[in-house]
Write a protein that binds this ligand. Sequence first.
Ligand code: FAD
Length: 417
Amino acid sequence: MKIVIMGGGVIGVTTAWYLQREGHEVTVIERNEACGLETSFQNGALLAPGHSQAWASPGAFKTLIKSLFQDDPALRFRPSVDPRFLAWNLKFLANCTAPRYRANTLRILRVMMRGVDKLRELREEADIAYDANDDGILYLFRRQHSLDTYGSSWTLLAEHGLELEQVDRDRCAEIEPALGATRDKIAGGFFSPNDGAGDALIFTQNMAQRLIEKGAEFRYGATIRSLKASGGRVEVVVTDKGEVKGDVYVMALGPEAPAIGRTIGLSLPIWPIKGYTVSVPIGDHKGVPRTGIIEEDNLVAFAHLGDRLRVGGKAEFAGYDKTYKDKDFRGVFKVARDLFPDGADYDKPEYYACLRPVTPDGPPILGRSRHDNLFLNVGHGAAGWTEACSCAEAVADIVLGRTPEMDMEGLELSRYG
Ligand SMILES: Cc1cc2nc3c(=O)[nH]c(=O)nc-3n(C[C@H](O)[C@H](O)[C@H](O)COP(=O)(O)OP(=O)(O)OC[C@H]3O[C@@H](n4cnc5c(N)ncnc54)[C@H](O)[C@@H]3O)c2cc1C
């Protein structure tokens, strides 16, 4: 079969891998001159099943409203009159009940846990390096009140298969010696030893290289303008460099998926939520954390990647705007300097901002669309690096007419009715 993959981010290349290894002819269409240069470029880098909690939660509405009146909140809600934004928000709010939050969280957990296992399998199979860090993640709370309020959401994850240790401040410093001098600033938290980190860009580009070596075609610098469909089937992908035809098409366009879907009347409930990350060189600094860290009170994430520390945070409703200013990183640096004063060379930042492709309930949208030969691997939100391999394997199985090993309940487009 000739399979056309739309999008060369981490989701597109992993999907291409699972299809190519079954002997199919794979073409990846990517508008940039290389893979992984958009959302997968400089994300938080954490492989974090310990952060599977759905964003649509019983407390979310209050948090969104509060953010309208805060100076530099971790989550910034900006209202818009765009009807698609309003429709997405209504769906989001409908998912903020306790039972839906629980169901969505467990779906995300299922996809993320399998994602980490599959990634570690794949790195052996494909012999891929990506500054892998398997040292686990510490989820830290600064205030006892936050730990008491939100701790039960980690208990839920532990009850459903995630290996998790509740830790006090001394145990935190034992697990992560870089917290030795600042332990008094922490109330406690949770340690997930199987979580990890790695550079999604290096992984994506190395995967693309492996695929090319095995005969895959990459059409770089080709921007998809639309799809043409008839009789319930996609016939061709129209790009600014000509048409690309296949037997089967997989959409892996990250935040851009809704725009291309609309060209054939396919409505995908995905909204871009902006985040900010910065990479700083570690140099001779001795106080760098080795484990992944998420500081939960301000939602700031730390990942040790080879010779650099990645620090990221914030969730902002800003439409498709990806610009950033120095001041957008103030909050992130404040937490970094406070917890890890000798962590890295904070004066040499490489800034980045990108868009999470977020569904209103949280899990990605995988598998069948409303066209027989168009399949979806989209909407991975804040977890696409962790979820990439489980989703790619499952979508490849569906494309090939097999039943995926991963339970697909609540992961398909049909869940939106
Ligand atoms: C700030 C931030 C921090 C994050 N941290 C983490 C984390 O710690 N752990 C984690 O698991 N996940 C994290 N994520 C989420 C993760 O990065 C994403 O879910 C994931 O990268 C999405 O991958 P993708 O391949 O779907 O999208 P992308 O990487 O955006 O890939 C889509 C590709 O499609 C191409 N494309 C789009 N439109 C067209 C077109 N018209 N024609 C041709 N090509 C097109 C783009 O150029 C792009 O290369 C984070 C996200 C953000 C924003």
